[in-house]
Design a protein around this ligand. Structure first.
Ligand code: NAD
Ligand code: MG
Length: 388
């Protein structure tokens, strides 16, 4: 069967890897829509190569630039409504949700409500609005398949009958990022380029910074709770610097199952594209002899205060994860833009969370209000330089 695929965020790291896998299987996948925010050149080239029915730019000016550079069969659209439309169109089977940050929430929700097969890379959508998102998946009859390598690994290791069938714990792997062994006194001076130089993974800049602070692992803990229906106490973060074991599931009988592979996102992408089948992904086979050894340790919460802030937000629940995510997005953008130091990211998030009045995210409007409120507060802290 030929699957029609929409890729939200096709110009990013996950989007490009998805197209790499898709190009290996022209008999299985047809690209229905592509989308990109700023890299119009890349989006134009992708349209020339994959000839989608729609290309969605982030702005009117982006759409104007794109129009002359796409094949005649590709219609150029722009903006949030267009993203939601191409994610929920009747002709679409599968949607790769690979927009970074809160901007991905609405089109990803639209895909879930429309009952699509949703390949979820955009963890921030689930962190912000887990309850609403999971309800939309259930009501729309969508199939939710995790792309985040850890969650994809857990999905592969879970029993077919689900988490209740004898699972005791989930072990979430973390590389520890580029600053795992850096003297603490040097962290404040780390530049955006140093923070984005991940030892094992090549990713977009926002998630790279999140990996360096380990906020990424905190967001992933929250993501795991929603995806697999577990409480945060049953998810344990394990530092594993080689990034070969992508996560593990421990069972009541003493068995622990792991999924291993080279750190290459094309593996989880191919897994989710073809599930329950398997397809070739272009990934080098794992050579365990060359890897040699696999190490494990506990995370250092003094080094990674963002991980502790996220764990606290996971335990608090309500709209605390939405606030955490929004404050973090503002702080990471400020760090990447050069206006705060690396160690200020955790301080900005801690200041917002320290004063946060938790509410229940009843509907989308409440979630968006919480997101807005936390952003405004974080922006004030950054602008006024009120960092503790
Ligand atoms: P990226 O920065 O490389 O790409 C982001 C994509 O989103 C681009 O196509 C960009 O144009 C689009 N985008 C950004 N802002 C937008 C906006 N306001 N409106 C519409 N589109 C917008 O990011 P990435 O590394 O590909 O990550 C994408 C998502 O996947 C993130 O949520 C990240 O946490 C998750 N993820 C990534 C990896 C990885 O290896 N890169 C691994 C696991 C999870
Ligand atoms: Mg991950």
């Amino acid at each position: 069967m030929m699957r029609q695929l929409t890729i939200l965020g096709s110009t990013g790291s996950i989007g490009v890897s998805t197209l790499d896998v898709v190009a290996r299987h022209p008999d299985r996948y047809r690209v229905f829509a592509l989308s990109g925010n700023s890299r119009i050149d890349v989006l134009a080239e992708q349209c020339q190569r994959f000839r989608p029915r729609y290309a969605v730019a982030g702005s009117h000016s982006g759409a104007k630039k794109l129009r002359d550079r796409v094949p005649a069969e590709t219609r150029v659209l722009w903006g949030d409504q267009a993203l939601a439309d191409v994610a929920s169109d009747d002709a679409v089977d599968s949607v790769m949700a690979a927009i970074v940050g809160a901007a991905g929430l609405l089109p990803t929700l639209a895909a879930a409500r429309a009952g699509k097969r949703v390949l979820l890379a955009n963890k921030e959508a689930l962190v912000m609005a887990g309850d609403l998102f999971m309800a939309a998946v259930a009501e729309g009859g969508a199939t939710l398949l995790p792309i985040d390598s850890e969650h994809n690994a857990i999905f592969q290791c879970l029993p077919p009958a689900g988490i209740k069938a004898g699972v005791s714990r989930i072990l979430l792997s973390a590389s520890g990022g580029p600053f795992r062994d850096m003297p603490l006194s040097k962290l404040a001076a780390m530049t955006p380029d140093q923070a984005c130089a991940h030892p094992n993974w090549d990713m977009g800049r926002k998630i790279s910074v999140d990996s360096a602070t380990m906020m990424n692992k905190g967001l992933e803990l929250i993501e795991a709770c929603w995806l697999f229906g577990v409480s945060p106490e049953r998810v344990e973060v394990v530092i594993h610097p080689q990034s070969i074991i992508h996560s593990l599931v421990a069972y009541v009988d003493g068995s622990t199952l792991a999924q291993l592979g080279n750190p290459d996102m094309r593996t989880p992408i191919a897994h989710a594209l073809a599930w329950p089948e398997r397809i070739e992904a272009g990934v080098e086979p794992l050579d365990l002899i060359r890897v040699g050894r696999l190490d494990f340790s506990a995370p250092d919460l003094e080094r990674f205060p963002c991980l502790e802030l996220a764990m606290a937000a996971a335990r608090t629940g309500g709209d605390a994860p939405a606030a955490l995510n929004a404050a973090n997005e503002v702080a990471v953008a400020a760090f990447l833009g050069g206006s705060i130091r690396f160690t200020d990211i955790a301080r900005v998030v801690a200041s917002v969370m320290g004063q946060w009045q938790v509410r229940e995210p009843r509907d989308l409007a409440t979630v968006q209000q919480s997101d807005r409120r936390a952003r405004v507060h974080a922006e004030e802290i950054v602008e006024e330089g009120r960092i503790r």
